[in-house]
Design a protein around this ligand. Structure first.
Ligand code: NAD
Length: 499
């Protein structure tokens, strides 16, 4: 590992050796695995594998805290007061958290520290959900007919024990979205981060562990897919909130049928960035779309528009500026201010990306640049030079499957109808962006593209507005009131007013 990465790690002193269960830290020697830093492929920490026994202990603690503890029934003001120190703690540790996240997945510190996946953005998300605590209302209903004098009303009860399973690309962001919402609603939680990103999430866990939350309300375990599967399928879990790949999402969906688990599934995407000839600036559109595939997380973001649908009249201009954008990227140490891009999380994911590059060429698309790996000092890390394909047809694999890496597939179109048809001809429906100055067209296209969210002349998610997918991109929404609905069950009470 580079001297700098080792010294940042030693300065931040991550403590990833334990599980937090039932209000105590457990030393765990029943299994361990190595966390590898993707920018150099060297071991950065040894991590406990919770396995089935760790899952059983954590779920039992969360179950007991839910069934017998004060948390689900706590008065709104008291629950809010208990979460406030957690929010303050995350703000206070925001930079440390973010640096640990950069150690985890190699995202460039200087470019991301004020972004929506930063430490302070995680605190903002907790803060947003804490604001709902005293506003989780039910409804009352007018008495329906003269046949009976019954009054009906609804309450929103916490959904129960929540299993929160996180991906590697935005560990702090997804931790906050899931744990912040579950706690605000009075649920108890077992959270498991991705096996690639334990350091930042363990620091978050320490902030929660140091708070006055009752024992068992918050539990933190680490491990890989088997631990995840044991957690998702555990009979003591009432709801699974999962962000990750469609393949794992499908398994969780199928397994959840057994005991009718409540599910929120935030899965992958193959979103379209549509550039019309009346876009205010083709240059901005090209630099943004290519930038999302080459800088920041190097295309490892679910909402990345990895299909660029470009009007034929501006195609050459788009390719010119995409090429110009890529000239400015720099790989390397995540803490070097010059670094613009993340490494790919694993060697396996690198092989998958290179396989897609090969398949694009085999199927007849033209590779304009990239798609290979840099040499020299960078050879040790998981770096892939950003790739741009033109002459892409929407039936090619590079247009249909989520690559989750630095590959942009350009598909030309002639008419608005054609652009909409291509955008909608996808198994996915997560996000997308439309570039045009025609407000009528912007609304028309935004309303017709089948996706959970879409941007006009830019795209960004915020904590207080819903985000999620249609079709295979998932089930449910995260952000705002819709999340509160997803972590509560409606209870209808009816009262005989004549008794
Ligand atoms: P992944 O599916 O490989 O892993 C996600 C989590 O699931 C990890 O914690 C992993 O350990 C766990 N897991 C693995 N097998 C499991 C099983 N059988 N049962 C239960 N849990 C299991 O995903 P990833 O590679 O970490 O993340 C990338 C994916 O996440 C991409 O597809 C991306 O689009 C998606 N994503 C979606 C959103 C969104 O909001 N829709 C946000 C971020 C990432």
């Amino acid at each position: 590992m580079s001297e700098n990465l080792a010294s940042v790690r030693d300065e931040l002193k991550p403590q990833p050796g334990r599980l937090f269960v039932g209000g105590s830290w457990l030393d765990w020697d029943e299994g361990r695995f190595d966390q590898i830093n993707p920018s150099c492929n060297e071991v950065i920490a040894s991590i406990p594998e919770a396995g089935r026994r760790g899952v059983d202990l954590a779920v039992a603690a969360a179950r007991d805290a839910f069934d017998n503890g004060p948390w689900p029934k706590m008065r709104a003001q008291d629950r809010k007061r208990m979460i406030q120190p957690v929010i303050d703690g995350i703000y206070a540790a925001a930079d440390e958290l973010h640096r640990l996240q950069c150690l985890d997945n190699g995202m460039p510190y200087h470019l991301t520290r004020n972004s929506r996946v930063s430490g302070s953005a995680a605190a903002d998300i907790f803060d947003h959900y804490a604001g709902w605590i005293d506003k989780i209302n039910g409804e009352t209903y007018p008495i329906f007919s003269a046949a009976s004098n019954m009054q009906y009303m609804t309450f929103r009860d916490p959904v129960g024990v929540v299993a929160a399973i996180l991906p590697y690309n935005g560990p702090l962001y997804t931790f906050a979205l899931k744990v912040g919402a579950a706690l605000a609603c009075g649920c108890t939680v077992v959270v498991k981060p991705s096996e690639y990103t334990n350091l930042s999430t363990e620091r978050m866990a320490r902030i929660l562990a140091e708070s006055d939350l009752p024992p068992g309300v918050f539990n933190f375990i680490t491990g890989g897919g088997e631990t995840g599967a044991a957690l998702a399928g555990h009979p003591g879990v009432d709801k699974v909130t999962f962000t990750g790949s469609i393949a794992v999402g499908q398994k969780i969906y199928a397994g959840g049928a057994v005991d009718m688990k409540r599910l929120s599934l935030e899965l992958g995407g193959k979103s379209a960035g549509i550039v019309f000839p009346d876009a205010r600036s083709v240059q901005t559109a090209a630099k943004t779309l290519m930038g999302l595939c080459s800088t920041f997380l190097s295309g490892q973001i679910c909402s990345t528009p990895s299909r660029a649908l470009i009007h034929r009249s501006v195609l050459d201009e788009f390719v010119h500026f995409a090429k110009e954008q890529v000239a400015s990227i720099r790989f390397g140490d995540p803490f070097d201010p010059a670094t613009t891009s993340s490494p790919i999380i694993s060697k396996r994911q690198v092989a998958k990306i290179l396989g897609f590059v090969e398949s694009g060429q085999e199927e007849g698309a033209t590779l304009v640049f990239g798609g290979d790996q840099p040499g020299g000092e960078l050879k040790a890390g998981n770096w892939v030079n950003p790739a741009l394909f033109i002459d892409v047809r929407n039936d090619m694999r590079i247009a249909r499957e989520e690559i989750f890496g630095p590959v942009l597939s350009v598909i030309p179109f002639e008419t608005e109808e054609e652009a909409i048809a291509i955008a909608n001809d996808s198994d996915y429906g997560l996000a997308g962006t439309i570039y045009t100055t025609d407000i009528s067209r912007a609304f028309r296209v935004a309303r017709t593209v089948r996706s959970g969210s879409i941007g006009i002349n830019n795209y960004a998610s915020v904590p207080n507005a819903p985000m999620g997918g249609v079709k295979r991109s998932g089930i449910g929404r995260e952000g705002g009131w819709q999340t509160i609905e997803a972590f509560t069950e409606l209870k209808t009470i009816n009262i005989n007013l004549d008794a």
